[in-house]
Design a protein around this ligand. Structure first.
Ligand code: NDP
Ligand code: OXD
Length: 314
């Protein structure tokens, strides 16, 4: 019998057990407890402790794959040598997150484009005042990260006919999107993007990418939306650029420290809109089904999508 070992303590393990019972009734599902070093074929985890998957655990010998129940693998890859070598790490491929990301980012872009943020502030001050609309042709949206989630965001925004740009590691040709790639393409990408949406994985190459130099390359009066990881943004630099008016406003879902500390200056800055890392939640049933399908494919000896490249970091 296929043995699945599960650890994601903040996410209702019993509900995951029920979801796996539906998705994979033929498997044995075990919620990992401290001290459990029993054998397992597959681990399904979110932010596992170092010792859970440690390669020196004789009982991890049978492990055939580790499934990360999120799209971002920065937390699990931080375990470094604590992860068993040669065991594939598999991330979630969309699994319902693409639609949520598209909703979140479309809402934020439309809010700035139609100036609802300013109309809301005026309404709170009982002011009836017309504001000149932005021109769509001058409101290009640039997406940092044109992977599964970035492309879903672009598809959604295309319906509203925003000029779209995308930045990725490898060159791409995507219909209706001006594509840029690599460090050589970043400057031109940023200078032409009135809104920058960050949906990159957090890796050694992308950490701190939204710091003073790159934020200053965005046009004056531009907007930032970060739905990727707090580590992409240099928070103090954004605050300064918002306060000196170079960046008009920002919507942030992710932070260096989560929950955002009560004394953090972002709470006091009305041009920065904050949400508590909810842009795209892991959907339990969809994720269990996707993982069950991948386990069955691996057991048939087939390749699966979403295997992480440990060197690239995503
Ligand atoms: P993918 O792996 O599908 O896509 C990543 C994209 O980033 C690819 O286009 C890739 O380029 C590009 N990229 C990676 N490194 C670089 C680099 N050095 N320079 C330029 N481009 C780069 O990831 P997903 O779209 O599934 O997810 C993206 C991230 O979204 C996750 O890693 C996670 O951090 C975040 N996330 C946040 C959530 C939230 O609720 N806030 C929820 C889910 C995810 P290429 O195409 O060439 O490989
Ligand atoms: C993810 C996340 O990476 O929830 O899936 O942030």
């Amino acid at each position: 019998m296929t043995r699945i070992l599960f650890h994601a303590p903040a996410s209702n393990p019993e509900a995951w057990q029920r979801a796996f019972l539906q998705a994979m009734p033929e498997a044995e599902f075990r919620i990992w407890q401290e001290g459990d070093d029993g054998p397992a074929d597959y681990a399904v985890v979110w932010k596992p402790p170092l010792h859970m998957l440690a390669p020196q655990q004789a009982t991890r010998r049978d492990l055939k794959a580790i499934f990360n129940i999120g799209a971002g693998v920065d937390a699990i890859l931080q375990l470094g040598d604590g992860l068993p070598a040669g065991v594939p790490i598999v991330r979630l491929d969309d699994a319902g997150m693409g639609m949520q990301m598209a909703e979140y980012v479309t809402h934020a872009v439309l809010r700035y484009f139609r100036r609802f943020d300013q109309f809301d502030a005026q309404a709170r001050a009982h002011q009836w005042r017309f504001l000149k609309p932005h021109k769509k042709s001058e409101f290009s949206v640039g997406i940092l990260g044109m992977g599964l989630l970035g492309q879903r965001i672009a598809d959604a925004l295309a319906h509203f006919e925003f000029p779209l740009r995308g930045w990725s590691r490898s060159p791409k040709a995507l219909p209706g999107i001006e594509c840029f790639s690599g460090s050589d393409g970043l400057d031109a990408f940023l200078r032409g993007s009135r809104v920058v949406v960050c949906v990159l994985p957090l890796t050694a190459e992308t950490s701190g990418i939204l710091g003073r130099v790159n934020l200053a390359r965005m046009p004056k009066g531009s907007y930032l939306i970060n739905v990727a990881r707090g580590g992409h943004l240099v928070e103090a630099d954004l605050l300064e650029l918002v306060q000196d008016g170079h960046i008009a406003a920002a919507t942030l879902d992710v932070f260096d420290e989560e929950p955002l500390p009560a004394q953090h200056p972002f709470w006091q800055e009305p041009r920065i809109t904050l949400t508590p890392h909810m842009a795209a939640l892991t959907l339990r049933d969809e994720s269990a089904l996707q993982i069950a399908e991948k386990i069955r494919a691996l057991q048939r000896g087939e390749a699966v999508a979403g295997v992480v490249d440990r060197i690239k970091g995503y």
